[in-house]
Write a protein that binds this ligand. Structure first.
Ligand code: PLP
Length: 455
């Protein structure tokens, strides 16, 4: 093999074009071989197939066919969120235009830790983060790798604003990354507030804030992981104000509702938060990673400022070079904002809002199908695009086994969630191309597998 070509520079596009053809062919072949939402056979079968495809990971002599072989293997063994029966998690299908933009990000490889590595990407990130921040009523936003990093940063900013005794107060419905961030940052043991109906109870929150010494950081959720529920944000904001508690809203899932005129009112109160986690790789159809943390008071970002002479020397900053190190605790950083910017501008508010409306409507349709099905029980009408259901009278063990059977036979990917003390199957509908017939097929599958599952 001669000198391998580069992705950027004047010859980059010429080098990429035939490779893209290979990638697209491999995606087509692998997807066709799989046939369904995920590979059949379970972990051992998939692992054996991947081992066989890879062979020697680092051979002495290179293999020019590796791109085709490995992309085919990955597509064949993928859980493909573009398949209508792949609906387990907040793991959505990426828009083609966003994936295409991401190719440009990889090819150009700007790094957002200093202006001299990313001149235009720096300007684009500033424009888009501020526009998205304004959507939530905030002043500024940082780009993150997702909800987990956004939640960590929210706790870090709270610690810097209120000191190391700041105590996280969160519902039992909150994402696990919140208490984990408290552990990571060495904060006091968090206070957990019961959420028996799946949302944070403001009276129980008030009681917790009265009972435990502050300062407090309250974390509310707009779009719970298990059920897609939205905490009563205005009431929570009132209780926080009464107790001088800081408020973070984890809208990693529900934040996408901002794009829809119909569903946006469900987020009333979002603008009261000091910080908000948004995640456009959930309800935003972006390839991972596409997280944001919006910050109401831009001064809250001051503690993130950091000096490293090779990246942001004082004299460079004084001479007008943007200082990027304070925009993230990371150093090298991908221009994840490019795909988001391309998506926002290509689809516009109307286009994105229509996708949001569509997946929410699909959830309503699935809920109706479940309600009309004599053998199935619906947990509750959906708030966003998550539907919890279970075969009537099934034990938790049966529900768990149905899910695993569907997964390991490659017929459907459904999630699981515990609510009201029972285990439920979870359908997280994020694919706007899913049709009502697909939803009916999903329920037929569950019913069929249940019939063959011992109780
Ligand atoms: C409510 C909520 N917050 C945070 C996260 C974490 O997001 P990420 O996986 O992007 O780190 C999730 C993930 O599902 C979530 O549901």
């Amino acid at each position: 093999m001669g000198m391998p070509p580069l992705a950027s520079g004047p010859h980059g596009p010429d080098a990429l074009r035939p490779l893209l053809g290979t990638v697209l062919d491999a995606l087509r072949t692998g997807t066709a071989t799989r046939g369904g939402p995920l590979p059949a056979g379970g972990p051992d079968t998939v692992t054996a197939r991947v081992r066989e495809a890879v062979g020697d990971v680092l051979p002495d002599t290179g293999d020019p066919d590796a791109l085709r072989t490995l992309v085919t293997a990955l597509a064949e063994g993928a859980a493909d969120p573009a398949h209508p029966l792949c609906a387990a998690h907040l793991h959505g299908p990426a828009l083609a235009v966003a994936a295409a933009a991401d190719l440009a990000a990889s090819a150009l490889n700007p790094s957002l830790d200093s202006w001299d590595q990313a001149p235009a990407a720096t300007a684009l990130e500033a424009l888009v983060t501020r526009a998205l921040a304004h959507e939530t009523g905030a002043a500024d936003a940082l780009v993150t790798t997702g909800g987990t990093e956004s939640n960590q940063l929210a706790l870090l900013l709270a610690r810097e604003a209120h000191g190391r005794t700041v105590r996280l107060v969160h519902g039992t419905n909150a994402h696990h990354s919140l208490p984990r961030a408290a552990w990571l940052l060495g904060l006091p043991e968090p206070v957990t507030v019961p959420a028996p109906a799946g949302t944070l109870d403001p009276a129980a929150l008030d009681e917790a804030l009265t009972r435990t010494p502050g300062p407090h950081l309250v974390a509310a959720t707009a779009g719970t992981t298990d059920a897609g529920l939205i905490d009563p944000l205005p009431e929570i904001a009132d209780r926080c104000a009464a107790h001088a508690a800081r408020l973070h809203i984890d809208a990693a899932y529900g934040g996408g509702l901002l794009f829809s005129g119909r569903h946006r009112p469900k987020l009333t109160g979002l603008d009261t938060a000091h910080t908000v986690a948004l995640d456009l790789h959930k309800l935003g159809w972006q390839p991972i990673a596409a997280g944001l943390l919006t910050v109401k008071d831009a001064a809250d970002l001051t503690p993130l400022h950091h000096r490293a002479d090779y990246l942001n020397a004082d004299d460079d900053t004084e001479a007008g070079l943007p200082d990027l190190l304070g925009r993230s605790p990371r150093t090298s950083r991908r221009p994840d904002i490019l795909k988001t910017a391309v998506t926002l501008k290509t689809l516009g508010r109307d286009g994105l809002g229509a996708l949001v409306d569509q997946v929410c409507a699909l959830a309503q349709q699935l809920a109706e199908l479940v309600t009309d099905h004599p053998g199935l029980e619906l947990h509750a009408p959906p708030t966003i695009s998550t539907v919890l259901f279970r075969p009537t009278g099934a034990t938790d063990d049966t529900v768990a086994r149905i899910r695993r059977t569907l997964l390991t036979t490659g017929r459907a990917a459904l999630g699981r969630a515990r609510a009201d003390g029972r285990l439920w199957l979870k359908a997280t509908l994020l694919n706007p191309h899913t049709r009502p017939d697909d939803l009916a097929a999903l329920l037929r599958l569950v019913h069929h597998v249940e019939g063959n599952t011992p109780r």
